[in-house]
Write a protein that binds this ligand. Structure first.
Ligand code: SF4
Length: 283
């Protein structure tokens, strides 16, 4: 780059930043190596997540009179197609989890106000920072009255389905949620500070209220990860060995990494899991 020229922004999503932060080798496999290295089979919990997210998004497309818990359950059944339900042990396990997901989504829909039209559902938002061109897709953006009574404000809602119920610390420390708040503010031209994790199986809601300072810290953290990724790329371009420029960082996540079949380090670090191992155990 010529001196004085503006630095090119690092184009990213929360998933891309998290990939580099968790394991630079996984980032390289995902975003740089072409053809992409072989991946492992689909995980059942990922399939459940896709079907539930799909159903919850479609629910808001329904006319008001059909935004009911019963319709929510039907939409889960409709989303339970072969391509969204890979990874189960067998058809009986898939059916059982379809039924449980229908119950969970219907109970979650029961708590929703169907007249509270969201500002966005699976909406793409974007914002540039000094070093990033950030974009991401938000599960839901609500518009709620501000607590100080001064108008209303957009609220970022992210659905969670894992075994662990998220708490307020999870919402506060989530880089993705913070970046979404920044991007929602920019895209909607309305100050967004509140972010929420909605745990669909239990209905629990974890909340964080950001400040300008906390969002600034989120952006700085994301920019620091991006700088490390750019440096690794520059080292690769300068002739550094691929595996040295993007080192493997083995952890418990290796058991769930799509690229485990292509990564001897990950295979050594964590035993392979059944593709349905992260599902809620059947009672
Ligand atoms: S298996 Fe582990 S070490 Fe290998 S790329 Fe995936 S996360 Fe990184």
């Amino acid at each position: 780059m010529l001196p004085g020229m503006p630095q090119r922004l690092f184009s990213c999503t929360p998933t891309k930043l998290a990939a580099f932060e968790d394991c630079p080798r996984r980032y390289r496999f995902s975003y740089l190596d072409r053809p992409s290295p072989p991946r492992g089979p689909a995980f059942a919990h990922t399939s459940v997540g896709a079907a539930v997210h799909n159903a919850l998004a479609r629910w808001w497309d329904e006319p008001l009179a059909r935004r009911t818990p019963e319709r929510a359950a039907e939409l889960v059944a409709g989303a339970w197609t072969p391509w969204t339900t890979a990874g189960f042990r067998d058809a009986a396990q898939s059916e059982e989890h379809r039924r449980r997901s229908q119950e969970a989504v219907a109970a979650y829909a029961e708590r929703l106000d169907p007249t509270a039209e969201p500002v966005g559902v699976e909406r793409t938002v974007a914002a540039p920072t000094q070093r990033l061109a950030f974009s991401g897709r938000v599960d839901r953006i609500d518009r709620r009255p501000r607590e100080d009574g001064d108008g209303d404000e957009p609220v970022v809602v992210d659905y969670k389905l894992g075994r662990r119920v998220p708490d307020d610390d999870d919402a506060r420390s989530s880089m993705a949620l913070g970046l979404y708040a920044v991007a929602v503010s920019r895209t909607l031209r309305a100050r967004c500070r509140r972010v929420e994790l909605h745990h669909v199986p239990t209905g629990a809601v974890a909340v964080a209220e950001h400040t300008d300072a906390s969002l600034e810290r989120v952006v700085r953290r994301a920019e620091s990860i991006a700088s490390d990724a750019v440096r690794a790329q520059a080292a690769l371009d300068a002739g550094t060995d691929r595996d040295e420029a993007f080192p493997a960082t083995p952890s418990a996540l290796c058991a769930w990494c799509d690229f485990r079949p292509s990564c001897p380090t990950g295979q050594r670090s964590a035993p392979a899991k059944e593709t349905w191992a992260a599902l809620e155990p059947l009672g």
